[in-house]
Ligand binder design. Structure first.
Ligand code: MN3
Length: 203
């Protein structure tokens, strides 16, 4: 790697691994953050290190928005691991031990006008999370749309705006606690959604 090139780092989570315990166990949080997310960071760095002419000042979102600018041989690695790093860095903030409940203000208005009620929004988001085949993410977009992506793809890779909420439905996000019951994981997850952060992104 050239000198001065920035290495990406695993971000800290601002609550303990055990803080969501009733809904998402310490074992899952620890494994998900310290192993899975760390692996995305390490593999992203490794992929970028393999490039001779990489502009090390680039931010992560700039890199994954412009995958076509990279040599073809690293595009898949940067897509998967850069996406993984981007998505998980947000995912930890989308949860909080003080989470749950409902959004307020303009975001509440948006969801009510688009879905009829908060509960109908939750139902729609949950349905899309359940029908997503294999591994991927479910996103709430700033216009109120709910979309899904496969693997570690993220809406900004496809030229869309950044999502304001996202749910990881990879099995590694729930299997230790919920086995194959993705529906139980999703039902529990609503109890830890950090609506303050979602509202911040919406503004
Ligand atoms: Mn994950």
């Amino acid at each position: 790697m050239r000198k001065g090139v920035k290495m990406f780092k695993l971000p800290e989570i601002d609550y303990g691994y055990d803080a969501l315990g009733e809904y998402i166990s310490k074992d899952i949080m620890s494994l998900h953050h310290s192993k899975h997310h760390q692996a995305y960071v390490d593999k992203l760095n490794k992929a970028l290190e393999s490039l001779d002419n990489f502009d090390g000042s680039k931010e992560l979102d700039g890199i994954i928005k412009n995958l076509d600018d990279l040599p073809e041989f690293v595009q898949t690695a940067v897509r998967n691991n850069g996406g993984g790093h981007y998505n998980h860095s947000l995912f930890w903030k989308w949860m909080s031990p003080d989470g749950g409940g409902q959004p307020t203000g303009e975001l509440a208005d948006l969801l009510n006008s688009k879905y009829g009620s908060f509960q109908k929004f939750v139902d729609e988001f949950t349905t899309k999370s359940l029908v997503l085949f294999g591994s991927g993410w479910v996103w709430l977009m700033p216009n109120g749309d709910i979309i899904t992506t496969q693997n570690q793809d993220t809406p900004i890779m496809e030229g869309q705006t950044a999502p304001i909420l996202g749910l990881d439905v990879w099995e590694h996000a729930y299997y230790l606690d919920y086995k194959n019951k993705r529906d139980d994981y999703i039902a529990a997850w609503w109890n830890v959604v950090n609506w303050n952060f979602v509202e911040e992104l919406y503004k």
